[in-house]
Design a binder for this molecule. Sequence first.
Ligand SMILES: Nc1nc2c(ncn2[C@@H]2O[C@H](COP(=O)(O)OP(=O)(O)OP(=O)(O)O)[C@@H](O)[C@H]2O)c(=O)[nH]1
Length: 256
Amino acid sequence: MDCDSGHRRIVRVSSKKRNNGEVNVNRSCRNSTASVNEEEEIDPYTRRRKESLKNNACDICIKVMLLGDSGVGKTCILMRFRDGLFLCGNFISTVGVDFRTKVVSVDNTKVKLQIWDTAGQERFRSVTHAYYRDAHALLLLYDVTNKTSFDNIRAWLGEIREYAQDDVVIMLLGNKADCGSERAVKREEGERLAREYSVAFMETSAKSGQNVELAFVAVARELKYRQNGQRDCNKFNVQDYVREQTQKSHCPPCTT
Ligand SMILES: Nc1nc2c(ncn2[C@@H]2O[C@H](COP(=O)(O)OP(=O)(O)OP(=O)(O)O)[C@@H](O)[C@H]2O)c(=O)[nH]1
């Protein structure tokens, strides 16, 4: 898959509809990637994932998926990152999957992020599983005011293990960090779970914008360093990077 032809090649499902909306899968495969060269030794998903890191229109093109229970704030995180907006008020659940793109600059490298927003509702799971395999990075969200969404993270990680590639970059995000009084999951609980699964972690808020840019830039940075090969890989660790960056933002301003 390449960034710009995502709409043509990929099964496209409408974006937000009311909860009672039906799945509307509109298969459009003009440039279908379904035909697999039988002489290829590596499987086609792995090949496409590797190829899609290189893209003519940008230096690197990566596919990022947003995952997590319904209502944790996946669409809001995407809207905040992409358009700087916060959708408050009526909650309209995503139907199936939808994607948006944004280019970020990482150390003079143009990285195009193709960000897939998935439906958190159980009934769409089989649709979204199909998208895991060629993802380079997964942002897995829970809602800090909703303990069940946190408890379900282990199940999500199990699905990721089953459907995604082994080397996928995973970042755990505790969203709605702005909701102080309604908090049901402590930051330390999120940190502990992330350590247990060796994934990067931070708390975010689509409402205030806290750490939203950082989450996307951190995975872009990790994949950029990976693409540059082992030499640079040794110098960059996404978990350490995120820890440093979030600590910096918590530091009180220096006084003279
Ligand atoms: N206070 C606060 N509310 C948020 C935040 N992020 C999302 N919300 C609210 O949470 C509700 C659900 O947000 P969505 O982004 O639609 O949730 P989703 O994860 O995309 O849900 P599905 O599409 O069903 O999977 C909306 O009412 C948002 O306004 C946040 O950071 N802080």
